[in-house]
Design a protein around this ligand. Structure first.
Ligand SMILES: Cc1cc2nc3c(=O)[nH]c(=O)nc-3n(C[C@H](O)[C@H](O)[C@H](O)COP(=O)(O)OP(=O)(O)OC[C@H]3O[C@@H](n4cnc5c(N)ncnc54)[C@H](O)[C@@H]3O)c2cc1C
Length: 409
């Protein structure tokens, strides 16, 4: 096999959009790797509408959105190798892969884009007590795969843990599979998704139990119910399935194993505004950078990083030049990118940052070298909501170097 110009690891929206841009930017051959048996990433299993908006300005189902991206790659210059896992990226860069098609080997390319996405935290990591029934404890992604692949669930009632956007995606999936949702459990005082999600749940007759956490999963081989602790005391909710939703974390095993610098705030690789990581030739895009943004947002990141990677390919410029650092201050859980470089190789990543506290009449501040340089007001800010700061605002400040901190006062 001849070495490609670029290797993209992960064929979700970010990886596919990166490959499209790499080609548009002049890469003559791109190899896309995915460990799954078909390309498209997470959206393949979510038929409900709502995918791709920021990228295509269309609201379509996940499979349709990725089919649109894949259609743009139908060319001899792009190869997609599914069932192929990247297990390390070595200096060069050189990607070590394992899979039935190529066996265990290494492939070199001047540019590698990591787009390995994010995954939900499993039950084991959430320390939920009780027996460990073999059947009936899933996360959203697993349920959606089962339903999309038409695998019978044999389940009539389920309980959903968590109230981020994906919890409400389960409502649509469960309905399709003939499963009724006995309750959505949220340990906070309000749901984490937007108010329309609550209206949808009401419309479908689903109870949302606030200030309620799961205490025990009942059942030996199969789930028989859950014990929950709500403000009025303990309650047993009979069900045959528990779906743990949200609490996404970047799928950064490959990035860590390959020695990329990781940001403790995001648990993903540290990048500059063009997606350059700490390892020369290696870019990163999509939900690997932080968990999580939408599919359209991830695709935009992929597209911009693909163009920067193509430009790097043509000019092989400096790598990780000096620049400003971006950090999260009070009330902000993370900031991506973490470095604002002082050279130019493409258009910037959109700034991705989220609130970590609830605020009424919040003031967002950008502080450079301990001086407040920019202020913005918001009526209310809720945990997990995106803060509206544009890349151009950051660019204007960060080009002067120094330490930039974003906080909420
Ligand atoms: C239940 C659910 C509902 C959602 N609903 C919406 C919605 O309504 N609207 C919306 O916009 N977004 C939604 N999202 C979010 C959306 O799916 C993500 O934003 C999007 O998929 C992120 O794209 P990505 O390319 O970063 O990662 P992914 O789509 O996760 O793709 C990553 C790919 O990398 C591959 N991979 C990982 N590691 C390796 C490796 N070592 N070697 C090879 N391949 C590897 C994986 O197999 C996967 O195919 C939802 C997500 C979930 C889970």
């Amino acid at each position: 096999m001849t070495n490609p110009d670029a290797i993209v690891i992960g064929s979700g929206p970010a990886g596919l959009a990166a490959a499209i841009s790499l080609r548009q930017g002049g890469a003559s051959s791109v190899l896309i790797l995915d460990r799954d048996d078909s390309a498209g990433g997470l959206p393949r299993f979510c038929a409900h509408p709502g995918f791709g908006w920021e990228y295509t300005r269309r609201l379509e189902g996940g499979p349709r959105f990725v089919a649109r991206l894949l259609a743009q790659l139908e060319t001899d210059a792009v190869r997609i190798a599914t069932s192929t896992t990247a297990i390390a990226v070595h200096p060069g860069p050189e990607v070590e892969i394992v899979g039935p098609r190529f066996g265990h080997t290494r492939i070199a390319a001047p540019v590698v884009v990591l787009a390995t996405g994010a995954r939900e935290r499993p039950r084991s990591a959430r320390l939920v007590p009780g027996r460990r029934p073999e059947f009936g404890v899933l996360n959203t992604g697993q349920l959606q795969q089962m339903v999309a692949r038409r695998i019978p669930t044999g389940v009539k009632r389920a309980v959903v843990v968590g109230s981020e956007h994906v919890a409400f995606s389960v409502l649509a999936t469960a309905r399709k599979a003939g499963i009724s949702i006995a309750a959505i459990l949220e340990d906070g005082a309000r749901i984490r998704s937007y108010p329309p999600a609550e209206w949808l749940a009401r419309l479908l007759g689903t109870r949302i139990l606030l200030k309620t956490r799961i205490e025990e999963i009942l059942g030996r081989e199969r789930v028989e119910g859950v014990v929950v602790r709500c403000p009025t005391g303990a309650l047993t909710v009979p069900c045959e399935m528990v779906v743990f939703t949200g609490e996404f974390v970047p799928d950064s095993v490959l990035a860590r194993d390959s020695g990329l610098m990781i940001d403790p705030a995001t648990a993903g690789p540290i990048v500059d505004q063009y997606g350059r990581t700490s390892v020369p030739g290696v870019f990163a895009a999509g939900n690997l950078l932080r968990a999580i943004e939408s599919s359209g947002w991830s695709a935009i990141e992929g597209a911009r990083i693909g163009l920067a990677a193509a430009r790097h390919l043509r000019s092989a410029g400096r790598w990780r030049p000096s620049g400003a650092t971006l950090t999260n201050g009070r009330g902000v859980s993370y900031v991506v990118p973490q470095i604002w470089a002082d050279d130019e190789i493409g258009s910037f990543l959109p700034i991705s940052l989220r609130a970590s506290l609830d605020h009424n009449r919040a003031q967002i501040r950008i502080v450079r070298n301990d001086e407040v340089e920019w202020r913005g007001r918001m009526q209310s800010m809720r945990i997990g909501r995106r803060l509206p700061i544009s890349s151009d605002t950051i660019d204007a400040l960060a080009r002067r170097g120094g330490e930039i901190r974003i906080d909420i006062a």
